[in-house]
Design a protein around this ligand. Structure first.
Ligand code: SF4
Ligand code: SF4
Length: 552
């Protein structure tokens, strides 16, 4: 393995490593615009110039492979001067509209100017004008004047999505990044071009002018949009007091995980978080009285529901009780539900899968047809009808229709996704007690007798298990809306009211209890999950399998 010296530190690296990568390994961050570790190397922006002893000119660090005995200087006077010159060149025609640019605060032109530029402008000539605020796709706006022609977005569309919508057109100072004639930047992953654009040339239609980025706090989490479980950061504005109808979550950004999504996420997941602040949120326990919803305190809701459950079990037995859990729930919510329904109530009719009539979009990159984040967790915890020798969801609805089922506890589902509207309506109308627990109202919640408000994925801690058996943590980014609570807390409170305490105070307590009891989770602990997740027992680390074609 070649040994090289970078800024007086000696390091041994794999053959083929470039200077920029070797420097990263010892914590030296060489400035870059065009270089991105997930894309091919083109060496066009020249900001990463470094001095390599015995080479006549400065070299681009992103393109130069290390050689044994190489001595590199990444920050001497000669290098700093070159960086200033590159910045001066890039800014010749830049509009400097930072005060109205959404990228301000996270712009690499601003940052590098402050770190390495700090020269006085010599420009007296008029700047070349280009197109501004040009919509180039459903999610992306282009400001051509701000583009520094690094080609990251072009390479993303050529190499990652292979959709080839973007190109560089014209020559000299009229060179411009644009979609090909007649094309739009409209692929399933288009939002990633905004993330990797180092300047404010590509901005997000959904985020533009909403908030300044320095007001945002980021909380690590996992996308609940499908069973891949892409790692994300939730960006939320905690400086603005929440008013009813306001927006707390500003945007989702992908978070690097080499085994799951690398640097990327799909647009469906990126823009699919609007339900967390939607008007349809259930914000307090409520019961339907003569067709109208009436708000209840948690105490009253738990008391009334517990009393009714007790009455039904006493009169009709546990076979008259059906439970439909959801793969939208965390492992903790599902495990607390299992303990409550199986141990406290001794109910066996538990299932979690409602097979959607229409399958979701899937590809061989990240997106999966299963639009739930935790189907694998639900299976491993043993919550399917097969595991419990109880009724499947379809059979529960049939039994309800025939008056054999007297109580249904439904978590998160909209049953109309799997069954005909009239069938669901008829079945639920025949059941004495229908409890709906979830984050948002839907046509199923409207048919319930009681609605209990669940905290959404940005309002609680917990874990999801992705399709490959990787357990990953979500974290509370904002306070639960209204009176909503994590699912496991609701089951714990109901269980206590019905005579069986569960000693859980935090999501970690539930996870650790789950890890003691369920074989697939044995040996894991909440504290050991870490930022990239851990695999369940019996699941091999399988990067190729988890990432589909990403590494092919
Ligand atoms: S739009 Fe952004 S990512 Fe694309 S070439 Fe210009 S600066 Fe680079
Ligand atoms: S691929 Fe799935 S998990 Fe990843 S961002 Fe899209 S919806 Fe979310």
């Amino acid at each position: 393995m070649p040994k090289i010296t970078i800024d007086s530190t000696e390091i041994e690296v794999e053959k083929g490593t470039t200077v920029i990568q070797a420097a990263e390994q010892i914590g030296i961050d060489i400035p870059r615009y065009c270089y991105h570790p997930g894309l091919s190397i083109v060496g066009v922006c020249r900001i990463c110039l470094v001095e390599i002893e015995r080479m006549p000119k400065l070299q681009v660090a992103c393109y130069t492979p290390v050689a044994d005995g190489m001595v590199v200087h990444t920050n001497n006077e000669k290098v700093q001067q070159a960086r200033r010159a590159v910045l001066e060149f890039l800014l010749i025609n830049h509009p400097l509209d930072c005060p109205v640019c959404d990228q301000a605060g996270e712009c690499w032109l601003q940052n590098f100017y402050m770190q390495h530029g700090l020269y006085d402008s010599k420009m007296v000539e008029d700047k070349v004008k280009k197109q501004k605020a040009l919509p180039i796709g459903p999610n992306v706006m282009l400001d051509s004047e701000r583009c520094i022609l690094c080609t990251r977005c072009v390479r993303f569309c050529d190499e990652i999505t292979e959709t080839h919508e973007l190109g560089i057109f014209n020559r000299g100072d009229h060179t411009e990044l644009l979609p090909y004639p007649g094309q739009e930047l409209d692929n399933k992953y288009s939002g990633n071009t905004i993330d990797i654009c180092p300047v404010g040339a590509l901005t997000d239609k959904d985020f533009r002018f909403r908030t300044r980025v320095w007001y945002l706090t980021e909380t690590p989490s996992v996308c609940p949009g499908c069973s891949t479980g892409c790692n994300i950061n939730v960006h939320h504005n905690d400086h603005r007091p929440y008013k009813a109808g306001g927006i707390r979550v500003s945007r989702l950004k992908p978070r690097y995980n080499p085994d799951v999504n690398q640097w990327w996420m799909c647009d469906e997941g990126r823009y699919g978080f609007t339900q967390v602040d939607a008007d349809s949120r259930i914000v307090a326990p409520q019961k339907k009285t003569r067709g109208d919803w009436q708000l209840l305190s948690w105490q009253d809701a738990i008391d009334e529901i517990a009393t009714k459950i007790k009455g039904i079990l006493k009169k009709h037995g546990a076979d008259a009780f059906g439970v439909i859990l959801s793969p939208q729930m965390t492992n903790e919510g599902l495990f607390a539900a299992k303990r409550f329904f199986q141990e406290t109530l001794e109910v066996e009719n538990i299932d979690f899968e409602v097979v959607a009539r229409e399958k979701g979009y899937a590809d061989d990159f990240l997106m999966k047809a299963d639009k739930n984040p935790n189907s694998e967790g639900a299976k491993k915890i043993g919550l399917s009808a097969v595991d419990n020798s109880g009724l499947e969801v379809a059979q529960m609805l049939a039994d309800a229709k025939d008056n054999r089922l007297k109580a249904l506890y439904i978590c998160h589902h909209n049953l109309e996704k799997g069954f005909k509207k009239e069938e669901v309506k008829e079945a639920l109308s025949k059941v004495d007690l229908v409890i709906f627990q979830g984050t948002n109202q839907n046509s199923t919640s409207n048919l319930a007798n009681y609605c209990l408000p669940s905290a959404s994925f940005v309002e609680k801690d917990g874990t999801f298990t992705n399709f490959a058996g990787r357990v990953q943590e979500i974290h509370k980014a904002v306070e639960p809306l209204g009176e909503s609570k994590p699912d496991w807390t609701i089951f714990r409170n109901l269980s206590k009211r019905l005579g069986k305490s569960m000693p859980y105070f935090e999501a970690g307590d539930v996870f650790n209890a789950l890890a003691e009891e369920v074989d697939a989770f044995k040996g894991l602990s909440y504290e050991k999950i870490g930022e990239h997740g851990v695999l369940l027992n019996g699941h091999r680390a399988s990067t190729e399998k988890e990432m589909g074609a990403l590494v092919a």
